[in-house]
Ligand binder design. Structure first.
Ligand code: LLP
Length: 420
């Protein structure tokens, strides 16, 4: 459930009309709902309540907006970060360093050092090579890095190939088959407190079975490591739980996920960490857009040309992803449409042959479930700039990211003297 519902025939974010936001801030614009973020945070925490007090580290990549992070920080969340930039954002939002987990296969020395400078709670090491580098950096400072070894369990998460991360051929983690050896080597290094294991098998998971398989492999590994004398105090089970992108779509609930984790982790006796992203932010945001024009002709339905494009919301172009599209002020009439943006490539298509609310030039619509992997994946392709972001809270709202227009981007460029 989210807080983007109609009041008196007009779609609102909580108590604020999307017509008002469009009039005040312009379109396209991302609109987030604080109540929805908080609701999702509470539901997830509640689902994990039988597991004691796990660390819930929001996957910042899903929505790095500072105000969104602040809402989650106030819910007691930490952060899962994958770059120095995300680490700085988590800190700027007030996340305690101890609640920050640093994942990612390509952390540079500068990023590892930044994590040490800030005394973050956990590095998830993705390779032996990275582990050696981290240990050397920490030892040179006379410190110990707190770390888990990310393993690759070789499990098919049954999701889109581009967001599957736990198969042997994916670049993530140390293959389970080498995990014991790698753990023993890294745990013995000065500068390293290797205290557990981590996994993350993929995103938008619609089936719990692959998670169950992966968690069982983690449990077996924990037993094996302990039997060879290692002390295991932490397990990070990653994120990945999917969200409904279509009205009526049913996915595993957080409660079912919580039950699965409780079953799988029975007897582990560790501090658990979770890294949800989409589940928290996905349905807490919409991309509000205005119809530029309706172009008829051709063989199929008309082209509904909106002012948002693939540079603002890349998921349909990149993954063929579905986002529900609804009118802000529906008339009750329907239309068949190809919903497209203004960008000069055919990939800039949000939906083909879509049965949607009837819209005309100037009308407003929303792409739903755009709160995760929306604004954060934007580019300035076609020199379109970056859209604004708004956070609604009850009957008030604030612009939480300014629109960055094409001119401001151009200002960062220069023509060298020798070309003048
Ligand atoms: N932890 C790690 C190590 C991850 O790589 C990810 C996501 C997460 C947690 C959070 O996963 P979530 O709970 O959000 O599923 N851009 C794609 C999604 C990429 C996900 C990458 N990793 C999309 O728009 O579908």
């Amino acid at each position: 459930m989210d807080h983007f519902q109609p009041t008196d025939g007009v779609l609102h974010a909580e108590q604020v009309s999307l017509e008002k936001i469009a009039a005040d801030v312009g379109t396209p614009v991302y609109v987030y709902s604080r109540a929805t973020l908080e609701r999702h945070a509470k539901i997830f925490r509640e689902a994990l309540s039988p597991l004691g007090d796990p660390l819930i580290a929001f996957a910042v990549k899903a929505n790095p907006n500072l105000a969104v992070l602040k809402v989650l920080q106030r819910q007691g969340f930490g952060a899962d970060v994958v770059s120095g930039g995300e680490l700085m954002r988590a800190l700027a939002a007030g996340m305690p360093p101890g609640k920050i987990v640093f994942s990612g296969v390509g952390k540079t020395d500068a990023e590892l050092s930044l994590g040490l400078d800030k005394a973050i709670g956990q590095f998830n090491i993705e390779s032996r090579e990275e582990g050696r580098e981290l240990a050397a950096l920490a030892a040179a400072r006379g410190e110990e890095a707190q770390a888990c070894l990310r393993i690759n369990p070789d499990v098919d998460a049954k999701t889109h190939a581009k967001i599957s991360t736990g198969k042997a051929e994916n670049k993530f983690g140390v293959p389970l088959t080498h995990a014991r050896e790698a753990f023993a080597e890294l745990a013995a290094l000065d500068g390293m407190n290797l205290r557990g294991v981590a996994i993350h098998i993929g995103s938008q998971l619609g089936d719990l079975e692959p998670l169950e398989t992966a968690f069982a492999k983690v449990g077996k590994l924990v037993d094996d490591l302990r039997s060879t004398g290692h002390t295991i105090t932490h397990v990070d089970l990653g994120g990945g739980l999917g969200v409904p992108y279509r009205k009526g779509e049913i996915l595993p609930s957080p409660a079912e996920y919580g039950e699965l984790v409780a079953r799988a982790s029975k007897g582990w006796d560790v501090q658990l960490t979770f890294e949800p992203g989409r589940l928290i932010a996905g349905n807490a945001g919409v991309l509000l857009t205005r119809v530029v024009r309706v172009k008829r002709g051709g063989n199929g339905p008309p082209f509904l040309i909106v002012d948002a494009a693939m540079n603002d919301l890349a998921r349909p172009a990149l993954y063929g992803a579905w986002h529900d599209f609804d009118a802000v002020k529906p008339t009750g009439e329907r239309m068949m449409a190809n919903i497209v943006g203004p960008i000069c490539e055919t990939g800039d298509t949000f939906a083909t042959d879509r049965d949607c609310d009837a819209l005309a030039a100037g009308d407003l619509g929303v792409f739903r479930t755009a709160g995760a992997y929306g604004a954060t994946m934007a580019s300035s392709y076609n020199s379109r700039g970056f859209v604004a972001e708004v956070l609604v809270d009850g009957d008030k709202y604030a612009v939480v990211a300014d629109r960055i227009d094409a001119g401001a981007i151009m200002d960062a460029e220069r023509v060298p003297d020798w070309l003048e």
